[in-house]
Design a protein around this ligand. Sequence first.
Ligand SMILES: C[S@@+](CC[C@H](N)C(=O)[O-])C[C@H]1O[C@@H](n2cnc3c(N)ncnc32)[C@H](O)[C@@H]1O
Length: 433
Amino acid sequence: MAAITPAEFKLLADYIYQISGIYLEAEKKYLLETRLGPLLAAYQCASYRELYDLAQRDGGDRSLKKEIINAISTNETLFFRDQKPFELLKHKIIPDLIDRRRPGSGGRTKIRIWSAACSTGQEVYSIIISLFEVLGSLNEYDFYILGTDIADEAIGKASYGSYSKFEIERGLPKKVLQRYFQPVANGWRIKDEIRSLAVFKKFNLMEPYTHLGTFDIIFCRNVAIYFADQDKRRLFQKLARTLAPDGYLIIGGSESLTGIAPQFVARHYLQGIFYQLQGAADPPAAGDRKRPAAAGAAAGPSRRRPPAKPSSTAGKAGKRRPTAADRPPPPSPPAARPENDSPPAGSEAGRCEPSSPPATAGGEEAGGFLARLDRTPPGSTPLLAELQGGRQPATPLVLGAQGGRQPGPSLLAELARRADETAAAGDEPEPDS
Ligand SMILES: C[S@@+](CC[C@H](N)C(=O)[O-])C[C@H]1O[C@@H](n2cnc3c(N)ncnc32)[C@H](O)[C@@H]1O
């Protein structure tokens, strides 16, 4: 393989920075050689200078530019990476958002989630699986879940939703695999019911975000590490403008916003961290303050319903007979938990404002989502750990007759709508560009 000269390194590093924001320090010479070396052969270039010149003259489809981005981007990811963000999502963020976003008269609760730099899609599918695990069914909600990445190949794979045995074994508990994936040659593919809830697009985080709209939750994990400090600042400024005033930002487990994004404040919950905009009080839902503590007892086991498992036939989703796997768990810490959201004294979660005061049961608006949701309390075994330990998953409560609300449109209609949206956006296997 040809060695890269210092001058060639500078040319290509500047070019890569210009097209992707990925900043390569001088010691990354080896990285350019190993990642771009194969392109020298593919494009029959005798030197990196020639490759650079060719990229400058790249034709209408910009194929060399795309290949350079594919080659240089690090797409390392896995299902339920770091776990905690998904526990936060299930037990704090989604319940709180649902309480705050619940529309006054019927209608479906709208929540918009963006996985910025989603790589090959594991983060997006982990989010959707978490939603199913905590809500049981998404019928009553209007989720818009967007996954974006700069790398064509990564976003194409995300959109296709097929993973090798090795990729599956990294982070996916067996029960989750069986519930949400179907076997295909050489691996597993996410079931259509899950896939159709996601929209994937190619998008460079260095570009303006205005057309993307506003999001209630943004996952932007393990991508800012590739950017120079001034670009990290710009990135988080733009994310701040893209986040709803009371929205939630999740960054990578080893990342920090200190000195980078003063507009965000860190909040701790369930031993995890999420960020909110300064001034966002993470307010309790409107109805919560008036709730007497005792009435929360209505959220007992009798109101539970097992989580809806996606089936290969979406239309059957609401009708299938419960199986042994659906059975609610035996009484466990979640069920015994007082309906007060306060974390145990001294726990990590104690550093966070309680998400909501005690919930109550009663009329249409009383009780809020928290009264109907069996949240795993801080300190008890989270669902994933339970699954990994081979125990019955904690069963979420979902809105039902006792919640006083009508069931939403059928899952089938919802899936058809999502599929249309995805198709309009340029569905699999070709991502949008
Ligand atoms: C290490 S992966 C992180 C994937 C996932 N968020 C996670 O934490 O598991 C980083 C991703 O950032 C993407 N990326 C790098 N620069 C980008 C940019 N300017 N805009 C959008 N995505 C970018 C890469 O293509 C890669 O897929």
